[in-house]
Ligand binder design. Structure first.
Ligand code: NAD
Length: 305
């Protein structure tokens, strides 16, 4: 049976973790592309050998030859610099936009029909930049950021309430960064919303810890940023798209309503964005934060080169 093909541009920490997560689940054959030739080939062989342990027949190859992405259903873009301690994601805009531009040229040439999942930071701007450079239907461009924030929100909740992850559902919208908007009212434990399970102070703490979830790791690693949970987050999006499941995943997508790429709950399908779920946002602070994220993203988008 023919496997779908998923290409990952940028075979660093996040690219490698995503490749492993996708291939191990038997979702697709994976092509890892990076400017670092032999290192990437080596990573590909290592991952391919790990499939023998898992007993899954997906292939993984590493290469510096972009033509190998031909025929990809999905192209994930993780090429770029990660942040270091004392850096914000926004500090990476110039360097990562330059890298993105060159990557998009290759994608246009070899995989013009693919669905694109930008991952490099600053995520919301990189996603908007990818849409500009690629000039394809915006429904095919879905940034990964919100899904990772949802995992972090779930982990902080589980530290307080010792239930199975299977029972925890979280929703985080807005920018992928310190201004993200975790939504307690749209986050549940077995269908029971967070305000029924935690005190207002506990919710405030959990929300703050979620917002700080990436920086916490950057500070501890001393060099580079998170990759295991980002890899799994990419896998969740890839799986939803390839299986046309219409699973609701918080993703950075374009809405005609506000005219920006921003994190929101989205039903994912084979066409990319199947449907955006518009939330009422009953809480005034959440509404204010989301509205201000729209303005911030519009302002920052002026810096896209
Ligand atoms: P990394 O340094 O380990 O890997 C990046 C890779 O990109 C390197 O191997 C580098 O050689 C490669 N690269 C650079 N220019 C390239 C080009 N033109 N073509 C192909 N490959 C190229 O970094 P990482 O930890 O894997 O992080 C990658 C990016 O993902 C960073 O920008 C980071 O901030 C971002 N990130 C985003 C999220 C998210 O939730 N959206 C989470 C974690 C990391």
């Amino acid at each position: 049976m023919d496997m779908p093909k998923v290409s990952i541009i940028g075979a660093g920490m996040v690219g490698g973790a995503a490749a492993q997560a996708i291939a191990t689940r038997g979702l697709a054959d994976v092509v890892l592309v990076d400017v670092l030739g032999d290192q990437t080939k080596g990573k590909g062989v290592d991952l391919a050998q790990s499939m023998a342990a898992v007993g899954v027949d997906t292939s993984v190859v590493g290469t510096d030859d972009f033509s190998q992405i031909k025929g990809s259903e999905i192209v994930v873009i993780t090429a770029g610099k990660p942040r270091q301690p004392d850096m914000t994601r926004e500090d990476l805009i110039d360097v990562n936009c330059k890298i993105l531009k060159s990557v998009c040229e290759q994608v246009k040439q070899y995989a013009p029909d693919a669905i694109i999942i930008p991952v490099s930071n600053p995520l919301d701007l990189i996603t908007a930049a990818a849409a500009r450079y690629l000039d394809v239907d915006k429904k095919k461009i879905l940034g990964m950021g919100g899904q990772l924030d949802c995992l972090r929100f779930a982990q902080k909740i589980k530290k307080r309430i010792k239930v199975s992850y299977k029972d925890i559902q979280t929703t985080v919208v807005g920018m992928h960064g310190k201004d993200m908007v975790p939504l307690p009212e749209y986050s549940t434990i077995k269908g029971i919303t967070l305000p029924d399970m935690l005190s207002p102070q506990e919710i405030e703490d959990v929300v703050e810890e979620t917002k700080n979830g990436g920086a916490e790791i950057v500070d501890l690693l001393k060099s580079g940023s998170a990759y295991y949970a980002p890899g799994e987050s990419i896998r969740i999006m890839v799986e939803a798209i390839l299986t046309d499941s219409h699973k609701i995943v918080c993703s950075c997508v374009f809405s005609e309503d506000d005219g920006v790429f921003l994190g929101r709950p989205v039903m994912l399908g084979k066409e990319g964005v199947h449907k955006i779920v518009t939330l009422k946002l009953n809480d005034d602070d959440d509404k204010k934060s989301f509205t201000s994220a729209i303005a911030t993203v519009k302002e920052l988008a002026k810096e896209i080169i």
